[in-house]
Ligand binder design. Structure first.
Ligand code: PGA
Length: 249
């Protein structure tokens, strides 16, 4: 069975609540699609107004992070139950910016992935190598470790429903998209890794996105590769171009 494409915007730390609503209103008609899942992953404070603004559309709301405890003395954190109650369906976990600036590790990402599943939130688990790792020829070793540790104790049935975003760090926010061949090669490698950890059926079902300077010009070729099931889009998700990326065909 063909996998359904999924294109998610990662707004990062952009847009105040009122700006967020204005952007949703602008993008709503542009991202309408019958055959692509569309997700807006927005800053925590924007979730409630954005969830309201997307009602009746094909847009699902995602969070950019989440804590792995249920509740309690974790000042500043957001729990999975809070996200669910606010209307969140997806959560970006282990983005390279969180790994770099906020001390996320494969182990904390794994705890968050498990917790997201417990609450029925679909994880978009990020992985990707640095430029140094690519030059050293250890890209796939590094990513396999991120994927394997991130998925510890995740069942095959859960894994089938999740999303993995391959985002080479050197391509994020740099305007330097990976070549189609590079992106396809790693996404195929991730799928092979899933087949090893689980089985072929799980590998066939899981959706793998490419992310890193995706734009309206590069999306069509990227998203039609055999192992690329859509994209995680940063900068271009804040512009009308996002509509062209969603409707890349
Ligand atoms: P970019 O960001 O599209 O601006 O490179 C992608 C991401 O970090 O998810």
């Amino acid at each position: 069975m063909a996998r359904r494409k999924i294109v998610a915007g990662n707004w990062k730390m952009n847009k105040t609540p009122s700006e967020a609503v204005a952007l949703v209103e602008e993008l709503k008609p542009l991202v309408a699609s019958d055959d692509v899942d569309v997700v807006f992953c927005v800053p925590a404070i924007d979730i409630i107004p954005v969830a309201e603004a997307v009602k009746g559309t094909n847009i699902a709301v995602g969070a950019e992070n989440m804590y792995f405890e249920e509740k309690g003395a974790y000042t500043g954190e957001i729990s999975p139950a809070m996200l669910v109650d606010a209307g969140v369906k997806y959560v970006v976990l282990g983005h390279s910016e969180r790994r770099e600036y906020f001390a996320e590790t494969n182990e904390t990402v794994n705890k968050k992935v498990l917790k997201a599943f417990e609450h029925g939130i679909t994880p978009i688990m990020c992985c990707g190598e640095s430029l140094e790792q690519r030059e050293q020829g250890v890209t796939m070793d590094f990513i396999r470790q991120q994927v394997k540790v991130g998925l510890q104790n995740v069942t095959a049935d859960q894994a089938k429903t999740m999303v993995i975003a391959y985002e080479p760090i050197w391509a994020i926010g740099t305007g330097k998209t990976a070549t189609t061949e590079q992106a396809q090669e790693v996404c195929a490698g991730i799928r092979a890794c899933i087949a090893e950890v689980y089985d072929d059926a799980t590998a066939e079902a899981i959706r793998i996105q490419y992310g890193g300077s995706v734009n309206a010009a590069t999306a069509p070729e990227l998203f039609t590769q055999a192992d690329i099931d859509g994209g995680l889009v940063g900068g271009a998700a804040l512009k009308p171009d996002f509509g062209k990326i969603v409707n890349y065909k």
